[in-house]
Design a protein around this ligand. Structure first.
Ligand code: MN
Length: 290
């Protein structure tokens, strides 16, 4: 049974995250968290030119608790460093899957090399909620290199699909997640049609990163627009009008109370207060000086 097209949410204005990432939030936990659970937030930094600089551009040390952040680099390089000792540089096609879990302090900057040479940066950051039983899991960092991410040629020369998490057509992505999550990155050729088989009952959405996607003969979604499907059903057929790039996300809903406060997403307000106190007293760790 096909999924039903629920809504096409318009692109929102972009805003700066720190001084390094100019992103549009496709959604945040303040609006679509219930509908799109387990997903909490999705930011897209569309391709943007940065001049060479000696300065570090990005976001300085800040905490997270209770969820995971997934960062995908499409162009340029991003460097991450955290209080658990994790860190590294991700470049085009690479993904970092960070479990904040019980708490982490990290920083996110353009890599030194990218800052020095300048160039085009394009990235996505997705926040994935953790179920109550896993919110205090130890922090963890998965570096998923582009070569480790299966690339699948789509039938009929429609384009290519990369399996970051979950599986597509029998091929599994490298990410380990706490709850079942499909995360696919698609590059479609002009006119390329693809049938996406999501899991029945999962929250499923498409973010158009570039180009235009025809959805059901009548409706289409343009760059920056978020397409949300019904949980019921599994199949979604889409077709690219012109070359297009799309991020597909689908996951098992976590139907638990959710309280979000900036970088913390927990189940109760008391847990938020505890998170703030734990961060302020250094219990989420500190970042060694560079
Ligand atoms: Mn962060």
């Amino acid at each position: 049974m096909p999924k039903t097209l629920h809504a096409i949410h318009p692109a929102r204005p972009a805003h700066w995250v720190g001084d390094g990432f100019f992103v549009r939030s496709a959604f945040t936990y303040d609006d679509l968290a219930a509908e799109l659970s387990p997903f909490l937030l999705l930011d897209h930094g569309a391709p943007r030119e940065f001049a060479p600089t000696e300065r570090r551009l990005g976001v300085g040390p800040h905490p997270h608790r209770g969820f995971e952040t997934v960062t995908i680099a499409f162009q340029g390089e991003i460097e991450h460093r955290d209080s658990s000792g994790g860190g590294g540089v991700i470049g085009p096609g690479d993904v970092q899957w960070m479990t904040a879990g019980n708490g982490i302090v990290h920083e996110e900057f353009h890599s030194e090399r990218f800052a020095r040479t300048g160039g085009t940066l394009e990235m996505v950051q997705l926040w994935v909620n953790l179920p109550r039983r896993s919110k205090r899991a130890p922090a963890r960092y998965q570096a998923l290199a582009a070569q480790a991410i299966p690339r699948i040629a789509l039938p009929g020369g429609a384009g290519e699909l990369r399996v970051i998490s979950g599986s597509f057509d029998g091929q599994r992505g490298p990410a380990e997640s706490f709850t079942p999550i499909d995360l696919w990155s698609l590059t479609l050729n002009d006119g390329g049609a693809v049938s996406l088989a999501f899991t029945e009952g999962h929250s499923s959405a498409l973010l158009v990163l570039e180009g235009t996607l025809e959805l059901d003969g009548e409706r289409s979604a343009r760059e920056g627009e978020l397409v949300v499907f019904s949980r019921a059903g599994s199949e979604c057929r889409v077709r690219a009008r012109g070359a297009a790039r799309v991020l597909a996300l689908s996951g098992e809903p976590i139907d638990e109370p959710l309280v979000g406060y900036g970088p913390f997403v927990m189940n109760t307000m008391a847990e938020i207060r505890e998170a703030i106190a734990d961060f302020q007293s250094g219990r989420m760790g500190t970042l060694a000086p560079r």
